[in-house]
Design a protein around this ligand. Sequence first.
Ligand SMILES: [Zn+2]
Ligand SMILES: [Zn+2]
Length: 345
Amino acid sequence: MRALIFLKPGHLMWQEQPELTLQGPRDAIVRPIAATTCDLDRLIIRGEAPFRGPFAIGHECVAEVVSVGDAVAKVKRGDIVIVNWHISCAHCDRCHDGRPNACRTHQKGAMYGLPGLGDWGGTFSESLHVVEADFALTKVPAHVSPELVASGADNLPFAFEFTVPHLRQTPGADVLVMGGCGSIALYAVMFARAAGAGRVVYRDEDPHRLDVAARLGAEVIEGPPPRQAGSFPIVVDASAHAASLLCALRSVEPEGIVSSVGGHFADVSMPLFDMYRTGVRFYTGRGRGGPNVAETLDWVARGLVDPSPVTSEIAPFEDAPTVLAEPSLKPILTRPALYGGGKLD
Ligand SMILES: [Zn+2]
Ligand SMILES: [Zn+2]
């Protein structure tokens, strides 16, 4: 099978590798049919993140199930699924209570598409090995196209996690989204609007992303981050930029929440005394992924949200080395399903 290897900034190539085989009765082998870049991948490919090639890149995909072990009960060959990007054991207390991102069994940060964490392969490759398939795979509703939810493992549920639960606690609250890194900020605008936020304000400097945010229903602030952008109960930092994070921290209402999706690789000096006087709940993390996938898919299936304005191009997998060499906002690579989308048996 062929794996897509990230070599160095701006350079990727296909590499022939041994076929994958089931390693245990609860495993599955799946074949990605729609894969896309997480915002982190775009930083890696541009040389703006501290990950050096060569390694198989990619941790977001919709896949078709190719084979399953004898103990797998919930999916079968031909099913179209989202593949959880955190590698998790399914059996520890944290996996049980909705934190597979903090699984006790697999080493911290084990995931597809990054080196040194178990080398699980990447989601642009022709096949992936999935452990604990019943836990790791979520079926995509039949009428939802794989392209529409190619980001359904990570960036979509990530944006959901940082907006919808907070809006359920404070219905109608205003939301500030600090953009600048890629798609997660735009998906956060989309979910905040759909979840009934009051004002949704989006800040960025990129004309195309500002245009997409406006189409998704945001008021936009164009230009470098101000010292403070107002006062919001809910703030999402998806900027990967220290000045924007500081603006986010100064723009939260007393006892409000600032959630940062990461992309900050250097230490940032935080205005802790300001934060202390205001009362700020600050959270940063990789997103829980799996526990939010089914509800995210349901919102797409019911037409409550439409991620398609964020998609920048759809291309065949074959073209991945050139399409991803200078990745656009949200490129989606596709190949036809082999087994008919679960309709054979
Ligand atoms: Zn990611
Ligand atoms: Zn676990």
